[in-house]
Write a protein that binds this ligand. Sequence first.
Ligand SMILES: Nc1nc2c(c(=O)[nH]1)N[C@H]1C(S)=C(S)[C@@H](COP(=O)(O)OP(=O)(O)OC[C@H]3O[C@@H](n4cnc5c(N)ncnc54)[C@H](O)[C@@H]3O)O[C@H]1N2
Ligand code: MOO
Length: 417
Amino acid sequence: MRTVEEHAGVVTGLLHRLPAQLLPLAEARGRVLAEDLVAGLDLPPFPNSAMDGYAVRVSELEDRAGDPIALPVSLPVSQDIPAGRTDTAPLVPGTAARIMTGAPIPDGADGIVPVEHTDGGVGDPGAAGATVTIHDLPVPGRHVRTRGEDVAVGTVVLPAGTELGPPQLGVAAALGVAELPVVRPARVLVLSTGTELVVPGQPLGPGQIYESNSVMLAAALSAIGAEPVLAHLVADDVTAFRAELDRAAAVGTPEQVDLIVTSGGVSAGAYEVVKDALTGQGVEFAKVAMQPGMPQGAGVLATAVGDIPVVTLPGNPVSSYVSFEVFLRPALLAAMGHAGTTRPLLWLPLSAPLDSPPGKRQFRRALVDAATGTVAPWGGPGSHLLAWLAGSDAMIVVPEDATSLEAGAPVEVWLLD
Ligand SMILES: Nc1nc2c(c(=O)[nH]1)N[C@H]1C(S)=C(S)[C@@H](COP(=O)(O)OP(=O)(O)OC[C@H]3O[C@@H](n4cnc5c(N)ncnc54)[C@H](O)[C@@H]3O)O[C@H]1N2
Ligand code: MOO
């Protein structure tokens, strides 16, 4: 049997780092930056006011000894500077300029008196007789946002590998960048197999069940920023199945994907379509020492139209999802440029005992109790217990050598979404 790490290594080895593409900022959230973002300008690009108020020469409001002059003091208001003004004149000595937040500081001014520290001004700023009476003196530089104090031109603002969240996209926009080079998402064909499977919404016949893996896997792919492509259900028919795979492998066609993920048809039954179609074709089937998720397959399928990595997941719904978490999620995140590929990991004491099979790493559905700082197994270990998976918010990882753990034992916990 393969260890979990051995199979994880095989799956990761199938996927190469994806190429970059240019995306408008509005479409880049969650993507990974493919190249350093270097500032093409200073931020702020010019000195500007952090307050609505009056720009002054602070030295004019001090006496020769550098002490504040007696207050209040009235100054003529020589100009008005709203944000966006492009023709600001230097500050006339002995005057103040009315200024708004974000407006350029006039040459010569070195302090801003917030409007709350004045009488609010009398008359139209810039007109004859306009004055402002100042009650409190500013310190030089106060409320002045200097050029380049946030970003200096030429500096790396976001290094390659940065995951683009709202603030990162915001700073790119502030630098005037409209598009960013980001790692392209993986396109993944999800193919569920099984003659017993019926698409939700259709009537269910005897012996049939509704198909749940493809929608679950597609959602899991979307959640990490990959692009799922869902194929129609393929019955347990090797020829039809191979035709689907060949379509997905065809280089340069719209159908081409980076990876094919199948579910079902890999265990020991008489109708294992995935195994039957792929054995000896570059895909290796193995038992992995884990529960659930023991029967696995992975490899590169060579077709007449191109080679395509394939990962075959077991059909039991919980097995399928756990296999995604353990093998595919980290491998795809890495291929899409993410540095962190694991779930947030905690060590928490169990609030209830659990059993685990010898020699297998068990991944148990679990619920974290934030109030007590404990974790409880949620439902049994059965790999058909999908509703329990749906009710869980974490996975407990039980090591291969543990067969029973008492309440209170510390366990590794992966926090799920
Ligand atoms: N004799 C043995 N039998 C089984 C073994 C074994 O080692 N020897 N392994 C068991 C384990 S463990 C697993 S896991 C499953 C894996 O089986 P397959 O991958 O071949 O999957 P299927 O047989 O096609 O289906 C298993 C189960 O899951 C249901 N299923 C499958 N696909 C879907 C889907 N898309 N949506 C919802 N449900 C699905 C299917 O109806 C079966 O109930 O094999 C054990 N058997
Ligand atoms: O390994 Mo299977 O995935 O237990 O149910």
